[in-house]
Design a protein around this ligand. Structure first.
Ligand code: NAD
Length: 400
């Protein structure tokens, strides 16, 4: 008998459990640990932050969807001691494992920029997404009393996937808040260090997204390097290197993420809390430790660079780590991780988006791209949870 410990109930951890519960010998024990009993579909956090979707639509209760043979433990992981094969928790005794899958996910990263932690709103979990929307709504309500135009100014820091998808949703939800609180139109401004957005897409798609923003009066300040966040102000250097500031009572931080701090806390060799793993996703010299998702750096042999940190890759890696543990339990050798992308899509609101799909990239935009994103979401729900979860939470509006 062996104890297999899965740390984290995000995309990678949930997918790993799904395969472990079927593939492991019946006598093996599987323990899944997460600090909350809810799995969150984090690729949709921006919709909760903008208030365009109810949080219950992107979460499901972990104990309801795991197999009876899996023990779910709600506890906060504080460390993994690979030399002793144990994990430690704030609110539970240590657990000794025979195999562990570390899938602890990402957290918002400040990059050491002063004032970020105190003066801006992160967007990295369900609570922070709900806090963003509550803050936005409170500013609209406040405007009645203060008539302070900064209450209606919203700064989105960073035009990566999260920033762009959040801006897309906000173009839909802010007019509704404006109508509800009878205010003038809000001013939406985005600050991005690079001279362009989303460099992984071709120029036509980037232009499409930029035109979408212009059409919805989003002020995209490209080449704007944020240097500090003061209370109620973004300080930045403009494209000419001149110091500038922009005052706003809502400042949302989407400038990038790192892996969970538990990685550095556990003394792993890491960069931004990501550990370089072997091609079978195991840790060097520790064939019993598998690291997947946003805490792992997995080299892509075709580019000789790490794969990007996306939900699709986390799902595939969780599955592969589980299969490799099952191989080892059946005295077989592990196999290398390979990944075939269905494509990359960034939504621009519920009905619009940009994307490149399939291996020979085909560019899509508009409704087709937003429908593709919903298909990817539905597929992930169906594969990680149950068909019943898909029926309750899936995005079916594209099918009619
Ligand atoms: P990101 O790193 O992709 O984007 C952050 C952006 O902030 C970048 O454009 C960067 O140039 C900019 N930036 C960095 N420092 C800055 C500064 N000082 N001033 C101004 N701008 C600055 O981070 P993210 O958008 O939070 O996404 C995190 C991860 O999740 C990424 O790997 C992303 O690919 C993934 N993700 C994917 C999807 C999707 O596939 N639809 C959606 C959301 C997130």
């Amino acid at each position: 008998m062996a104890t297999i410990l899965v740390l984290g109930g995000g995309y990678a951890g949930m997918r790993a459990v799904k395969f472990l519960q079927h593939d492991l010998p019946a006598e093996d024990e599987i323990i899944l640990v997460d600090q909350t009993a809810q799995h969150t579909e984090k690729t949709n956090l921006h919709e909760v932050a903008a208030g365009t979707i109810d949080p219950s639509k992107i979460t499901y209760h972990i104990p309801e969807i795991i197999h009876k043979r899996v023990t779910f433990l709600q506890a906060t992981v504080t460390g993994i001691q690979v030399a002793d094969q144990t994990a430690t928790f704030t609110n539970h005794p240590d657990i000794h494992y025979d195999y562990v899958i570390i899938a602890l996910g990402f957290q918002s990263e400040t990059f050491g920029i002063p004032g970020v932690a105190d003066n801006s709103l992160p967007l990295d979990d369900l609570d922070s997404a709900q806090a963003v929307y509550q803050h936005l709504e409170s500013q609209f309500a406040n405007y009645h009393k203060t008539k302070d135009h900064d209450d209606l100014k919203i700064a989105v820091c960073g035009a990566g996937f999260t920033g762009i998808e959040l801006l897309g949703e906000l173009t839909q939800s802010l007019p509704k808040l404006q109508a509800k609180y009878q205010t003038p139109a809000a001013k939406l401004v985005c600050f991005e260090r690079m001279p362009s957005i989303l460099p992984m897409f071709g120029q036509d798609l980037r232009d499409y997204a930029i035109n979408f923003m212009a059409k919805h009066d989003v002020d995209m300040r490209l080449g704007a390097k944020i240097t500090a966040i003061d209370p109620g102000a973004v300080l930045y250097e403009d494209a000419e290197g001149q110091p500038q500031s922009f005052s706003a009572n809502s400042i949302i931080w989407t400038v990038g993420v790192s892996g969970s701090h538990v990685i550095a806390d556990s003394q792993f060799e890491q960069r931004r809390n990501r550990v370089v793993v072997n091609d079978d996703l195991s840790l060097a010299d520790h064939p019993e430790v598998f690291i997947v998702g946003d805490v792992a750096a997995v080299m892509d042999p075709s580019s000789n660079r790490p794969y990007p940190t996306t939900a699709q890759i986390a799902l595939a890696a969780g599955e592969q780590a589980a299969k490799n543990i099952a191989h080892l339990r059946h005295q077989q050798s592990t196999t290398a991780f390979t990944y075939e992308s269905m494509g990359t899509v960034a939504s621009l609101s519920d009905r619009d988006g940009i994307g490149e799909i399939f291996h020979k990239p085909r560019q899509i935009h508009g409704y087709a791209a937003s429908a593709m994103k919903k298909i990817i979401t539905d597929r992930s729900l169906m594969e990680s949870a149950h068909l019943s979860t898909l029926f309750k939470k899936g995005r079916f509006d594209l099918y009619h």
